[in-house]
Design a protein around this ligand. Structure first.
Ligand code: NAD
Ligand code: UDP
Length: 322
């Protein structure tokens, strides 16, 4: 990757900051573009002194032309947690659809390959388990999750059409629930909520009866999968599921977090949010076949690493300020 130039939109966020580090470690020049709406400087501040790293404060709903060579673009820019993407649904839709189009135009002009962080949410509240890439999904145009699900679907369509009509070199990853260090403690997703609640002695908030399932992938595995897709030897212009097929109910997750944190917190049941998907598990046979990729980190091991990270974050936030 020496001297190759990688633009990472959303590079100050959870996954984006790991990608910045991954590429810097391999000798690439990294341009991190972010408006810091859900990302944090804290995730990238240790990279700012590296001469091959550059941070650009920019909202991707505005066109972007940095006037320099770009070989690869990775579009991670979008609020990913339900409370955050639902806080301003129109801004979410615009970021995902208009932002993607702006980056696709930049990729076309620069002759760069571009990877889209799509999502398992394109399957909505799925009727089949596990979800294969061929499954079209059961998705609502209305409702609290629509601004995210439908815009990610529309963004995928833009990617395929920029490829077919204009020859842009695309990759599309459908990412399933991923967790790990650099998540924002205030983010609102289930893994960060449960660990922060357990570490601070508060009740773990299980929505509904907790029988709904998710499949949780540790961040290191996801970064390996995303970069394997971006640099695959064969061209892959169709979507590829990336995630860990290990499926857990939310109640199981709560109990595992309590065990791993050795916390005395209780479990508190809250109302299930509207349109909350009941099941989610990726069929990753396509990624296994084309990328020779499978996740390797079991849930408990990944949670242990994540607990160490959140414990340090909470300790840091508890420090008295001068
Ligand atoms: P995150 O919220 O931590 O990161 C998103 C980043 O994008 C943040 O740094 C934010 O400030 C930035 N951003 C948002 N809107 C922007 C805009 N208009 N202009 C510029 N920057 C903007 O979330 P994450 O978990 O790192 O997710 C990254 C990507 O992966 C998202 O596109 C998300 O939809 C996708 N994804 C994540 C998961 C997951 O479980 N983490 C699952 C499926 C898909
Ligand atoms: N959830 C929960 N308690 C929380 C946060 C989330 O029970 O404090 C549930 C949520 O209702 C969903 C699952 O955990 O069923 C995963 O939620 P998350 O927001 O992490 O991601 P989603 O997959 O729903 O986008």
């Amino acid at each position: 990757m020496d001297n190759r130039s990688v633009l990472i939109a959303g590079g100050a966020g959870f996954l984006g900051s790991h990608l910045c580090k991954h590429y810097l470690d391999r000798g690439a020049r990294v341009i991190c573009v972010d408006n810091l709406s859900s990302g944090r400087m804290r995730n990238i501040e240790h990279l700012l002194d590296i001469t091959t790293f550059r941070f650009v404060l920019h909202d991707i709903t505005d066109p972007l032309d940095l006037g320099e060579r770009i070989d690869f673009i990775i579009n991670m820019a979008a609020p990913a947690s339900p409370p955050r993407y639902q806080a301003d649904p129109i801004a979410t839709f615009d970021t995902i659809v208009i932002g993607s189009e702006n980056l696709l135009k930049l990729a076309r002009k620069a002759g760069a390959r571009i990877l889209q962080a799509s999502t398992s949410e394109v399957y909505g509240d799925p009727e089949i388990i596990p979800q294969t890439e061929e499954y079209c999904g059961k998705v609502q145009t209305m409702g609290p999750r629509a601004c995210y699900d439908e815009s990610k679907r529309a963004a995928e369509t833009l990617f395929y059409d920029f490829h077919h009509s204009l020859g842009v070199d695309i990759r599309v990853a459908r990412i399933f629930n991923t967790y790990g260090p650099n998540m924002d403690p205030e983010d609102g997703r289930v893994v960060s909520n449960f660990i922060v609640q357990a570490l601070s002695g508060r009740g773990l908030t299980v929505y509904g009866d907790g029988h709904q399932t998710r499949s949780f992938c540790y961040v290191d595995d996801m970064i390996t999968g995303l970069t394997a897709l971006m640099h695959s030897k064969v061209d892959i212009f169709d979507p590829v599921n990336l995630g860990n097929p290990g499926e857990f109910s939310i109640l199981e997750l709560a109990k595992i977090v309590l065990e791993e944190t050795q916390s005395n917190s209780t479990i508190e049941f809250r109302d299930l949010p509207k349109d909350d998907p009941e099941f989610r598990r990726p069929d990753i046979s396509k990624a296994q076949r084309l990328l020779d990729w499978s996740p390797e980190v079991p849930l408990r091991e990944g949670l242990r690493q994540t607990i160490i990270y959140f414990a340090a974050e909470l300790g840091r936030n508890a420090q008295p300020t001068e």
